[in-house]
Design a protein around this ligand. Structure first.
Ligand code: NAD
Length: 420
């Protein structure tokens, strides 16, 4: 495929699909990987992460042929559009990509480019691992108890973008339909009203929850918790929970047991090789995550709950500067940090690139480059552990050396060289 709005690297080979059914990839030793640096602090953390990932690839006998693609402010500056088709096509064709944050205007303006990318590429699972890195200051007493991974459904829920602005014909037509055809009276107040729709499907729920179950079984995790607000939203959030238990029953046999079965049939002694499936109501989950942190290992939830829960979990292990993420589809992924574009620090070479670097680590895992991924984690841990940190962590610890974004990346690269 040829592109006009993409910087095509001179070398590198494309990643291809090895198995249509499983989504397994054929990854060359020098893959072409599209990268969006992103808006705001994306211009700081993007290049920093690239440097570290290059070092980890090189240390393990590989290389990454970066393909610069554009979205958001950089795409508007260069091409006069928010999300060129070439950007989406290049990510689709090359299957594995990484992005920095993109700014989304609140209220008016264009729709979230992040959501557009996730939906267009059908990256249905937003996976956010939250684990503690030694030496990182945290607002809680035992941050090391946090080792949780959130599987957040990425294509449905109130993020689906089905909404009508107050005062528009669309909003009035939907109101009329609800009141007259669906017999919903005395619920919507008179006067202007904005209306949104929350679709939660069996297909979307089960394919997301399946990812969480498979991950838990493959990684010896004890439990998967389905998080929902099903006491209030019975046909969407409770349905998600029910489809989760149904899936466990239909596809996993004895490997998955419910919390009731654990107590009634096994006296609370979890049989080896099993995963316990439990569920929690979202508001309760937010406090349980703080007070009984170690009880929660894998979370499967819908789009909005997942966004809230993973940000709060990120705060427990030291804040957004640390929290990585990856969007996964069938044989396709787009890694991205949990944080946004923090415009007030843009271009200052100041913020923490750890979240972007560790998102890159998730991408290396997806490529099957476990040795390189482990090297990145070890080097980040060692660098932070030695007290070399950016301003956000420095202001919370005693001593240590405050470094710029680029200097932190250089220190991690140096540590990679030492460790390999
Ligand atoms: P934000 O994550 O950009 O910033 C919140 C605060 O977190 C910042 O003030 C900063 O103090 C801190 N922070 C964030 N990243 C940091 C880092 N790497 N190092 C140190 N501190 C860091 O959230 P916001 O202010 O709510 O959103 C700003 C913009 O980002 C909005 O336009 C929003 O839509 C967008 N956003 C994009 C994504 C994405 O691209 N996936 C995610 C969230 C928000």
């Amino acid at each position: 495929m040829s592109y006009d709005k993409v910087e095509v690297p001179e070398d590198g080979k494309p990643i291809t699909l090895a198995d249509e059914e499983t989504g397994e990839l054929d990854v060359p030793a020098n893959p072409i990987v599209p990268i969006i640096h992103g808006d705001g602090i994306g211009t700081d953390v993007g290049p920093a992460a690239q440097k570290v990932l290059d070092a980890a690839a090189e240390a393990t006998g590989r290389s990454i042929a970066w393909m610069r693609v554009y979205a958001g402010g950089s795409a508007r500056d260069k091409y006069g559009e928010n999300l060129p088709d070439d950007t989406v096509s290049a990510i689709r064709e090359h299957r594995v990509a990484i992005k920095g944050p993109l700014t989304t205007p609140v209220g008016a303006g264009f729709r979230s480019l992040n959501v557009a990318l996730r939906q267009t590429l059908d990256l249905f699972a937003n996976v956010r691992p939250t684990y503690y890195i030694d030496g990182v200051p945290s607002p809680v007493k035992n941050p090391e108890e946090m080792d949780m991974i959130t599987f957040r459904e990425n294509t449905e829920d109130v993020y689906a973008g089905i909404e009508w602005e107050a005062g528009t014909d669309g909003a009035e037509q939907v109101r009329e339909f609800l009141e007259e055809d669906m017999d919903i009276a005395d619920v919507i107040h008179d006067g202007p009203v904005g209306i949104g729709v929350k679709p939660i499907s069996e297909f979307g729920s089960k394919r997301l929850i399946r990812e969480a179950f498979d991950y838990a079984l493959a990684n010896d995790r004890d439990s998967v918790t389905l998080v929902h607000k099903g006491n209030i939203m019975k046909f969407t959030e409770a349905a998600f929970r029910d489809w989760g238990y149904e899936l466990a029953d239909e596809e996993y046999g004895d490997e998955l047991i419910t919390e009731d079965e654990l107590w009634e049939e096994h006296d609370g002694e979890q049989p080896d090789g099993t995963v316990v499936v439990k569920d929690r109501i979202a508001d309760n989950m937010l406090q349980q995550q703080l007070t009984r942190t170690a009880d929660y290992e894998v979370i499967a939830t819908m789009n909005l709950n997942g966004d809230y829960l993973s940000d709060a979990a990120g705060a427990q292990i030291g804040g957004l500067g640390i929290a990585p993420g990856i969007n996964r589809g069938h044989g396709r992924c787009l890694a991205e940090p949990v944080h946004g574009s923090a415009p007030k620090y843009a271009g200052e070479d100041k913020v923490n690139p750890t979240a972007m670097i560790l998102s890159g680590r998730e991408m290396l895992h997806y490529l099957g480059w476990t040795d390189a991924a482990d090297l990145v984690r070890d080097a980040v841990e060692e660098t932070i552990g030695s007290g070399t940190v950016t301003y956000d962590l420095h202001r919370q610890i005693e001593g240590g050396e405050k470094v710029a974004t680029s200097e932190f990346a250089d220190a991690v690269v140096e540590t990679i060289d030492e460790l390999s």
